[in-house]
Design a protein around this ligand. Structure first.
Ligand SMILES: N[C@@H](CCC(=O)N[C@@H](CS)C(=O)NCC(=O)O)C(=O)O
Length: 213
């Protein structure tokens, strides 16, 4: 059985929980208290050199980090990963978009908003993050105007990856109703078999008001 190194309010980790639920795959959980610095312990840095969750340990002891790489690995041979090499490359286009654009904007604004850090950030930085978030939502809304899912017409790990932070964008003060195609796609994702609706606010962790070490 695989082990998931997890931190419950992490939507990067939620991506893996969602895929595992949809694969109906059992797994063990090891919680990492990232704001208390547990990610920086040598034992965890040996699992993920960045000190971040999610990471997984396979049954044979090998480890893997980075949410999108983990999704790609776990989805092998399943309906959530297209077989065609062009479609796989298109899928990586969206996984990279998520890693480069969404994590730096929508995810960051949500983290700062929910943990009270927004007030400690320079106004110019916050407005740049907000503008970047709106740009991300505009791009997605345009892309989703004429198709059901991000890659081809089927639900894939690209949708899982993008969904994780985008569906909670309002927790970062972003106006999702301004993006009707994104809203409809969110409902489509929620209607998939074995959808996992459970997410966790940062407020379950009193240490989340701290800066990451
Ligand atoms: N690019 C990474 C980002 C992972 C990440 O930022 N994880 C956060 C939680 S959402 C974390 O564990 N941060 C702790 C740290 O960076 O020390 C991924 O997609 O997995």
């Amino acid at each position: 059985m695989i082990t998931l190194y997890d931190y419950l309010p992490s939507q990067n980790a939620y991506k893996i929980r969602l895929l595992l639920a949809q694969l109906q795959q059992e797994y063990k959980t090891e919680l990492v208290s990232i704001f208390e610095g547990e990610g920086q312990r040598p034992e965890f840095l040996a699992i993920n050199p960045t000190g971040a969750v999610p990471a997984i340990r396979l049954e044979d002891g090998r480890v893997l980090a980075e949410s999108n790489a983990i999704l790609f690995y776990l989805a092998q041979g399943s309906q959530f990963l297209p077989q065609d090499s062009y479609e796989q490359a298109r899928l990586w286009q969206w996984l990279s978009f998520e890693g480069d654009y969404v994590q730096a904007t929508v995810a960051t604004i949500r983290h700062w908003t929910m943990t009270g850090k927004l007030a400690r950030r320079a106004e110019s930085l916050v407005s740049a993050k907000r503008a970047g978030s709106l740009k991300v939502l505009r791009i997605l809304d345009r892309e989703l105007a004429d198709r059901r899912f991000l890659v081809a017409d089927t639900y894939t790990i690209a949708d899982i990856s993008l969904f994780a932070y985008v569906h909670l964008a309002e927790e970062g003060g972003l106006p999702l109703p301004d993006f009707p195609h994104v809203l409809r796609w969110i409902e489509r994702v929620k209607s998939q078999d074995n959808y996992l609706g459970q997410v966790y606010p940062y407020s379950i962790d009193p240490y989340s008001i701290r800066e990451l070490p």
